[in-house]
Design a protein around this ligand. Structure first.
Ligand SMILES: [Zn+2]
Length: 259
């Protein structure tokens, strides 16, 4: 599944009805200052800015629709029509904006949040098969969820540090290589080969090309300095590998031994 290649799942909440997601903020909302001023420009005092008493009496408004999971509404689909996924009426469904454009949310679907803040729905059956054993007592999955031995946070940290230790060694090895086929071309870059910032920015990619194939990982910029490897303006072109490919390439590399 592409979501593994792109991101780590850091949080998930099950959705049954409008307002269920913790970030939906349905109900009475206080208008913030910017929204208040744009709605009521007459409240701005040119000399003093906004006056305190006015702010204290700032109006509220009722937010009826979830900010994360919105109402499902399409002119071409009747609200009474039955969903082909879950058989429930369409008017009890939600809609979520995703990187791919958007997705219908059935009651009972889980809303996953990735480490870059992106969200997408997961069917309960798939969620249970994939994540049920890692659920924390609170009912959600986050970086502190543990399999009984390690939390996600620990495992990602281990992966990062082992990765950095290995790539740093390989970068030293690259420096000494006298033949091109002995060079793994280890590097890091904030941009993918097409020039786009990795994951939209704030991330970087590390790349090595082993005799068994290319391997890559993404990390947040906070960990940039752990990798003492050459920096490239743009990363090498991604060859389409999946995390499973990386595991396979590493395993074959280890079995074959380094040249
Ligand atoms: Zn449905």
């Amino acid at each position: 599944m592409t979501l593994y290649r792109k991101t780590a799942l850091i949080e998930a909440h099950q959705w049954f009805k409008n307002g269920d997601h913790p970030h939906d903020r349905v109900g009475k909302q206080e208008l913030d200052e910017v929204a208040l001023l744009s709605a009521h420009p007459e409240l701005l005092d040119e000399a003093q800015g906004m006056v305190g008493p006015v702010l204290e009496n700032a109006p509220t408004y009722e937010r009826l629709e979830g900010a994360v999971v919105r109402f499902f509404r399409r002119p071409d689909v009747s609200g009474d029509a039955k969903c082909r996924h879950c058989d429930a009426a369409m008017h009890v469904h939600g809609w979520i904006d995703t990187l791919e454009g958007g997705h219908i949310v059935c009651p009972g679907d889980w809303i996953a949040t990735g480490s870059a803040g992106e969200r997408w729905p997961i069917k309960p059956g798939i969620f249970a098969a994939t994540y049920a054993d890692t659920r924390s007592p609170a009912g959600g999955v986050d970086e502190n969820t543990s399999d009984g031995y390690h939390t996600f946070k620990e495992l990602y940290r281990y992966r990062l540090l082992y990765n950095a230790a290995l790539f740093n060694e390989w970068a030293r090895r690259d420096e000494k290589a006298t033949r091109l086929e002995d060079c793994f071309g280890v590097h890091k870059s904030t941009r993918h080969s097409d020039g786009e910032p990795a994951f939209g920015g704030g991330w970087f990619v590390v790349v090595a090309t082993l005799p068994t194939g290319q391997i890559t990982n993404h990390y947040e910029m906070a960990d940039w300095d752990l990798f003492h490897v050459p920096v490239r303006e743009r990363a090498a072109t991604w060859d389409g590998h999946t995390p499973a490919d990386v595991a396979d390439r590493l395993a074959r590399f280890i079995c074959g031994g380094a040249k």
